[in-house]
Design a protein around this ligand. Structure first.
Ligand SMILES: CC(=O)SCCNC(=O)CCNC(=O)[C@H](O)C(C)(C)COP(=O)(O)OP(=O)(O)OC[C@H]1O[C@@H](n2cnc3c(N)ncnc32)[C@H](O)[C@@H]1OP(=O)(O)O
Length: 405
């Protein structure tokens, strides 16, 4: 064990040192200056492990909101987790993560994991599962239907900065798991540095307009020119498609799936229940690969359970186990009706014992609570309580996370 290192909040001037640790751990080259990333740096929400003056580990908690069933709430967006290879497996991450999870003011924390094996031990659960598509455009059978002249248009990044945040906000009302973006974060999202294009074109931002001319959906994509001996086989790479309104959704996908010269389309952020599967004639041509996307950690049980909505009324006493956060352990009564939700500590006997990791996994309504019973992470003490709680924690649409942060 490394025992003589210090874990503390970063200081304003330590952006470069923090970035150097993370880039070394993740094996990517630093770009010379990244002005927007520097402006987005939140030193007081960044923890560093320092050993004799050397930075050996980091973790960041970004200040952002996340949609959860029936609401949009603050969620610590954890990223930048890295420990120098020379100091691995000596407890550095454990110290950083323990301090971070005990101290963040938000009732939940979320992250995308580089490797799924890392975060379960810290009480995170895989709360949203995403689907990556690699679409065979010759086979897929795209959606069909009329497209009015003027219904589709293209925006510059500056124009997009004015229109897109509103659409993302509407999307947060439709699906859990969607993170908001501040103006600065939107600028970073649309920054489009040539080095980040991976051999593809610059960003193209296509929008759908409703009959009044108002933007109600958008797609951000890039193309890649590919010529085979037999002819063109271009690739369309969709980076984001947000269209909560059904016509906008259909028309945008119709547009992208019928792009001239193209043979393949890639999209990495589809939901498990992505409606596109119902709109194409050959869903198998979407070639779907399912992976965990958003991991979620409940850091304050009563506050977290009280700030989401439930699919059906419920009254259940949960006995929560949590090895890391003492205040989370014990019995809590969750009472939810159509008009109110309450979660309070209680001395009443437990209906269910549940690990904090299982609570995180079901928090966004993407996994059934009952799935965890055979794993030992949930025990039923009152007959029928598991079925009732499973129905309440579920949600009609699956959560989706639209970006790796
Ligand atoms: C949200 C994000 O930013 S995702 C990015 C995560 N970062 C990376 O993947 C970069 C490369 N890797 C690293 O920087 C480091 O190896 C880390 C951060 C993954 C782990 O840091 P360490 O300081 O080595 O972790 P630490 O010593 O505290 O390990 C705690 C436990 O987790 C286990 N563990 C650590 N890393 C891994 C891993 N990649 N896979 C499986 N288990 C792991 C350890 O074996 C240890 O288990 P134990 O308690 O049973 O002995």
């Amino acid at each position: 064990m490394v025992t003589d290192f210090e874990v503390r909040a970063a200081e304003a001037g330590e952006f470069d040192a923090v970035r150097a640790v993370f880039s070394a751990a993740m094996m990517f080259e630093l770009t010379p200056d990244d002005d927007l990333a520097r402006q987005l740096f939140e030193p007081e929400r960044t923890l560093v492990a320092v050993d004799g003056g050397e930075f050996i580990g980091t973790t960041l908690a970004l200040t952002r909101n996340l949609s959860v069933p029936g609401s949009v709430v603050p969620a610590a967006h954890v990223t930048g987790v890295g420990v120098r290879a020379t100091h691995r497996r000596r407890g550095v991450l454990s110290q950083l993560m323990g301090k971070q999870l005990r101290e963040v003011p938000e009732a939940i924390a979320v992250l995308w994991a580089s490797e799924p094996a890392i975060y379960g031990r810290f009480g995170y659960g895989a709360a949203a599962w995403g689907t990556a598509y690699e679409v065979d455009l010759h086979r897929v059978g795209p959606p069909t239907g009329p497209i009015r002249p003027g219904e589709l248009g293209q925006l510059t990044p500056d124009e997009a900065l004015k229109e897109l945040p509103r659409i993302l906000g509407l999307m947060q009302q439709v699906r859990a798991g969607v993170s908001d973006r501040s103006e600065l974060r939107w600028q970073k999202h649309l920054e489009d540095k040539p080095d980040d294009r991976g051999g593809r074109t610059a960003l193209r931002i296509v929008v759908h307009r409703d009959e009044t001319g108002s933007v109600d959906g958008y797609a951000i994509w890039r193309g890649k020119m590919v010529w085979n001996p037999t002819g063109p086989a271009y690739e369309v790479h969709v980076e984001e498609l947000v269209a909560p309104e059904p016509t906008a959704y259909r028309v945008l996908w119709q547009h992208l799936l019928t792009m001239d010269l193209s043979a393949k389309l890639g999209y990495g952020y589809a939901a498990i229940d992505e409606p596109l599967q119902q709109l194409v004639s050959t869903p198998t041509a979407l070639d779907r690969r399912v992976t965990e996307s958003l991991w979620l950690r409940v850091t304050d049980v009563p506050r977290a359970l009280q700030q989401r909505q439930y699919a059906v009324p419920v009254d259940v006493v949960l006995d929560v186990t949590d090895d890391l956060i003492e205040a989370n352990t014990g019995r809590f009564r969750l009472t939810a009706s159509e008009s109110s939700v309450k979660c309070e500590r209680t001395d009443d006997p437990a209906d269910l014992t549940v690990s904090v990791g299982a609570l995180g996994a079901v928090y966004l309504g993407g996994r059934p609570l009952a799935e965890f019973a055979p794993t030992g992470r949930i025990t039923e003490h009152t007959a029928g309580a598991l079925a009732r709680a499973t129905a309440a924690f579920g949600w009609p649409t699956a959560p989706v996370s639209l970006e790796v942060f």
